[in-house]
Ligand binder design. Structure first.
Ligand SMILES: NC(=O)c1ccc[n+]([C@@H]2O[C@H](COP(=O)([O-])OP(=O)(O)OC[C@H]3O[C@@H](n4cnc5c(N)ncnc54)[C@H](OP(=O)(O)O)[C@@H]3O)[C@@H](O)[C@H]2O)c1
Length: 291
């Protein structure tokens, strides 16, 4: 059955919002966006009844508990939203025999590697948020072998809370900032991730078999410090930036020091050309300044 009606959770999040912006260019699909009020993932047992009302042909779950530091103390809620609810959605999709796409994170990995993580690299999260996302992946695939998991990293957008917007605000307010310079990763523009997600739906409608784990992040890698330097340059801001170590910036949740995702699988299987992160960042900052 071709996908027409798509239910998207987390409509107020970065990715959910970017999907809603991108959706208008794809009139072959009818997107239905739901926020936390319409569909609360902290009540997994209620999800089946709500989804039945919408009767979608596919489910995209962008909703998540994303407060990485708070997850260290709000463990039960984080696990319910990121693991139990994801498994419940996967099970519902299996019963309805419809595609299910959910998102995960580079934080499922240890951070000890020195070459990009493959989709089948062993999981070993260093914080509780990463643990909930790793559990969510495994529980969803166990509930529904056709589950599609898109791991992504360092997400930014002109909408919602993220590093780019925080940096721009702080750089305007302060003369100098210290930024962690010893964590490496791949920034991801939620707009590009939204477009890649729609490409998955198009590929499925064209007969492609898409299932299992994929990685998506913009091309190239950097550190938070170098990311901040580019934000400063593209936004035309004045602020003195100093690189510090993770030890100098303690947080409740530990961060992996190396979290570069290898995206070759999705590039090859879907024929995707992933934009470079600096180009994506420039577009996002342009959108922020001119909208
Ligand atoms: N942000 C990153 O850097 C990053 C990195 C790697 C992976 N990811 C993953 O990528 C996906 C998209 O992330 P994002 O950046 O778009 O996240 P986001 O901007 O934090 O948005 C998450 C959304 O989930 C919603 N939500 C939270 N609890 C909920 C609940 N109980 N029921 C229903 N909705 C709930 C939030 O609702 P409210 O608006 O009402 O709070 C918010 O709209 C997530 O799976 C995330 O784990 C993100």
């Amino acid at each position: 059955m071709a996908i027409h009606k798509i239910l998207v959770t987390g409509s107020n999040g970065q990715l959910g919002w970017e999907l809603s912006q991108a959706a208008t260019a794809y009139p072959q699909f009818e997107f239905v966006f739901v926020d936390r009020n319409a569909m609360d993932l902290s009540n997994p047992t209620e999800l089946g009844g709500i989804i039945e009302l919408f009767a979608p042909d596919a489910i995209i779950n962008t909703a998540a508990y994303t407060a990485v530091d708070k997850a260290e103390t709000e463990k039960e809620l984080a696990h319910t939203i990121n693991a139990e609810a994801v498994a419940a959605l996967a099970g519902i999709a299996k019963k309805r025999n419809i595609p299910f796409i959910s998102f995960s994170t580079d934080y499922v990995f240890s951070g000890n590697a020195s070459s990009p993580y493959l989709t089948d690299t062993q999981l070993n999260p260093v914080n509780y948020y990463g643990q909930t996302k790793a559990d969510g992946e495994q529980m969803a695939i166990a509930a529904n072998e056709n589950t599609i998991i898109m791991r992504t990293s360092w997400v930014f957008s002109s909408h919602g809370n993220n590093f780019v917007k925080t940096m721009m605000r702080l750089m305007k307010d302060r003369d100098a900032l210290n930024i962690v310079g010893d964590q490496r990763g791949r920034p991801t523009y939620a707009k590009d991730l939204a477009l890649a997600t729609i490409q998955i739906l198009i590929a499925i409608n064209a007969g492609a078999v898409v299932k299992g784990i994929y990685h998506y992040a913009n091309t190239g890698e950097t550190t938070w410090f170098k990311f901040a330097e580019k934000i400063k340059e593209f936004a035309g801001l004045e602020c003195e930036l100093t690189a510090i170590t993770s030890d100098q910036f303690p947080t409740p949740a530990k961060r992996p020091s190396y979290s570069v995702l290898d995206t070759q699988k999705i590039e090859e299987e879907l024929g995707l050309q992933i934009p470079q992160w600096e180009i994506a960042l420039k577009q996002c900052i342009h959108q922020l300044i001119h909208s």
